[in-house]
Design a protein around this ligand. Structure first.
Ligand SMILES: [Mg+2]
Length: 159
């Protein structure tokens, strides 16, 4: 249970208080894309998310996007972020470690934010990062995905 429990939860990405993360010593934000930044099925990030990314930059937080997709399927967010990693193989540790090395950050300086317990949160918890589980922006998918969502929602109630 410990490995799937996030450090904190948030109703959305833009509701996360960036200054409070910074005051805790966080310097790097690792962000899931699908359904955390861009609602599933949409082509663009909502304006409030973009504003949140801009605010993060303004207070000097580094931002790296992490997607498990094998191709770059998200729109151009380059001017808002420092880097992105596709084919991240969450929840395996290898790419989290690689990104920490690349940005020269320690575990305690890094937060992973995402909507999926068994990829985003599990992977980052295995490394001891600060983790924030956000509400998925949109429900989607067929039977198996619905079961996963149901299960994640049940866990959410416990966090
Ligand atoms: Mg996601």
């Amino acid at each position: 249970m410990r490995l799937i429990t996030p450090t904190q939860t948030a109703s959305s990405l833009e509701s996360i208080d960036l200054c409070s993360l910074k005051s805790r010593g966080i310097k790097l934000l690792l962000l899931d894309i699908d359904n955390t930044i861009i609602p599933r099925g949409d082509k663009e990030a909502p304006a409030e998310i973009i504003n949140w990314l801009i605010e993060a930059k303004q207070i000097d937080l580094k931002i790296c996007l992490m997607s498990n997709n094998t191709k770059k399927r998200f729109p151009d967010l380059d001017k808002y972020v420092d880097d992105y990693a596709i084919f991240s193989r969450k929840p395996f540790k290898i790419n989290y470690k690689r990104l920490l090395r690349k940005f020269e950050m320690k575990e305690k300086e890094t937060v992973m934010i995402g909507d999926q317990i068994f990829t985003d949160i599990l992977g980052a918890n295995r490394l001891g990062l600060h983790t924030i589980l956000v509400r998925r922006q949109r429900n989607y998918g067929k039977f198996t995905r619905k079961i996963l969502h149901w299960f994640e929602d049940k866990l959410w109630e416990k966090f």
